[in-house]
Design a protein around this ligand. Structure first.
Ligand SMILES: C[S@@+](CC[C@H](N)C(=O)[O-])C[C@H]1O[C@@H](n2cnc3c(N)ncnc32)[C@H](O)[C@@H]1O
Length: 205
């Protein structure tokens, strides 16, 4: 059986992202969220009502299978109305998921590969993608004309800061001639930007 890893243990190593998602929740109208490649990062459920987590990792499967444990981990940490539906799908997100299209309000892509490319179909028009530069996903999103940057997120000393003005400073390649979608896909490496950020919030047209 897979070793049990809890969100509180994981949080102790990567930090608590609850304040990141609280700020997204304050700025955007979001009920339904999809988080492919979540591992045991339960933090979105502190801010949003319904979150579907997807991962192939057996430790994530074991953690989310224990609904009492998940409830204890969330206790006292949720915003009003958040954490009411926590669903886990033990699946490879690059294979089409049995979920409705254009249905979720927020798609999360953090350190988990080309989530936008494979799961973007589940995001509703007018919804949001939160992506970081890991594995090139934010770079692929930045090149997608259906997405518009609405905030850059900095992470410094454990705090998340959203920047919504002067966004034209962001996603500017250091080497504009070197930007190549096929290379990003093939290498899983993002574009080097003149002004990097921890993550980027995009709005879907
Ligand atoms: C580095 S961890 C990041 C976990 C979490 N997103 C975070 O930011 O803390 C990457 C996770 O993505 C999962 N993952 C990677 N590719 C996947 C795929 N194609 N389908 C499902 N899960 C995947 C891995 O199993 C792992 O749990």
């Amino acid at each position: 059986m897979a070793k049990l890893v809890t969100w509180s243990q994981y949080r102790a190593s990567i930090g608590d992202r609850s304040t990141l998602f609280a700020q997204v929740a304050e700025a955007c109208s979001i009920d339904r969220v999809l988080y492919p490649g979540s591992y045991v990062d339960l933090s979105p459920s502190t801010a949003f009502a319904s979150v579907v987590y997807v991962d192939t990792d057996s430790r994530a499967q074991r953690f989310f299978a224990d609904s009492e444990l998940v409830g204890r981990e969330l206790a006292g940490r949720t915003r009003p109305g958040a954490g009411t539906q926590v669903r886990f799908i033990g699946a490879d997100y690059t294979v089409p998921l049995d979920l409705p299209h254009a249905h979720v309000d927020l798609l999360i892509s953090l350190y988990a590969g080309p989530v936008w490319e494979h799961c973007g179909r589940h995001l509703r028009p007018g919804g949001w993608l939160l992506a970081n530069a890991s594995h090139g996903d934010a770079s692929l999103a930045a090149l997608d004309p259906r997405l518009r940057l609405v905030a850059a997120v900095h992470h410094r000393h454990g705090r998340y800061q959203f920047v919504t003005h002067g966004l034209d400073r962001y996603l500017v390649p250091k080497d504009p001639g070197g930007v190549n979608v096929d290379r990003i896909r093939a290498t899983g490496r993002g574009v080097a930007y003149t002004q990097p950020a921890f993550a980027y919030l995009f709005e879907h047209a």
